[in-house]
Design a protein around this ligand. Structure first.
Ligand code: SAM
Length: 269
């Protein structure tokens, strides 16, 4: 893709920053347009630790997928999967269990186009362009049916996704609709931006995201825990990103709240 030339395919609006492409820039990727880069640079000026926060989020994603593999999960539904970068879910999952299957879902056409390009030839992965809120479109898609057996436990990943769902869209209800279709033993993995810990940063950052097609809603620890209704939270519960089951031998971060994101995993009862 020729993002650097700012040529946009299909239904893509290159003039308007997109959460997927801004995130790609934070992670050092090249699949972003000028509008995305300008917004990301303004955000980083305001909040220099943003790239590290995003890296901590990716590290949590990797640890959570590894944890799910250890719990016997072999099929993953990664919603809001983003633009492929280092340590994608299928790479982590299939490195641990080659038979693992992954369905990626994103609303962003750039994320979907790049995912399709890098996954061509991997017949244990599928990519769907859909809105998380359209549960039937996601779960009823024939590509989902080809790879995921919903009568068996699934790893449902909503990593750095639900803060793009405003309160009026009732994220708890959306999660519940997925939960009701999943077999017991399925796991929900969530990371979520929060104002707790760094309240001064949250306001301006949220204001900047209002300019994207996907404005951001910060949530408290209690609100994030509420997303897990019907799931039993796995130890250590809802914690700041680096605190969720850190790799053995890593030093605890003395200011984990600076990562301004909560992480949690729950098991469907
Ligand atoms: N999950 C990846 C990670 O944590 O590294 C990517 C996270 S990225 C910050 C958020 C992604 O959610 C973006 O790619 C964005 O396009 C997608 N997204 C936002 N709202 C969505 C929706 N309603 N349905 C599906 N995807 C959505």
């Amino acid at each position: 893709m020729t993002e650097s030339a700012d040529r946009a395919p299909g239904d893509l609006d290159a003039e308007r920053p997109s959460a997927a492409r801004v995130y790609d820039f934070y992670l050092g990727g090249s699949h972003n347009f000028q509008a995305d880069r300008e917004m990301a640079k303004r955000a980083i000026e305001m909040w220099p630790e943003l790239p590290q926060i995003m890296q901590a989020n990716r590290a949590f994603l990797r640890r959570a997928v590894t944890f799910l593999l250890d719990r016997g999960i072999r099929q993953f539904l990664d919603i809001g999967s983003g633009i492929p970068t280092v340590g994608n879910v299928h790479e982590v999952a299939q490195a641990g269990a080659p038979e693992a299957r992954v369905v990626y879902v994103d609303i962003d056409p750039v994320a979907v186009a790049h995912s399709r390009a890098i996954l061509a030839g991997n017949d244990r992965t599928e990519v769907i362009q859909a809105d998380l809120r359209d549960v039937d479109a996601v779960l009823g898609d024939p590509r989902t049916a080809r790879l995921l057996d919903l009568s068996e436990p699934v790893g449902l990943l909503m990593v750095a996704l639900l803060h793009f769902v405003p309160r009026e869209a009732e994220p708890e209800a959306i999660v519940r609709r997925y939960r009701d279709r999943l077999a017991p033993g399925s796991h929900l993995v969530v990371s979520h931006a929060t104002h707790e810990g760094q309240p001064d940063q949250a306001g301006p950052h949220t204001a900047l995201y209002q300019r994207t097609g996907t404005p951001m809603t910060m949530r408290s620890r209690t609100e994030v825990a509420a997303l897990f209704a019907g799931f039993e939270l796995v130890d250590p519960g809802v914690v700041f990103l680096p605190q969720w089951r850190p790799d053995p031998g890593t030093d605890p971060d003395d200011r984990p709240e600076r990562f301004t994101g909560f992480a949690a995993v729950g098991r469907r009862e």
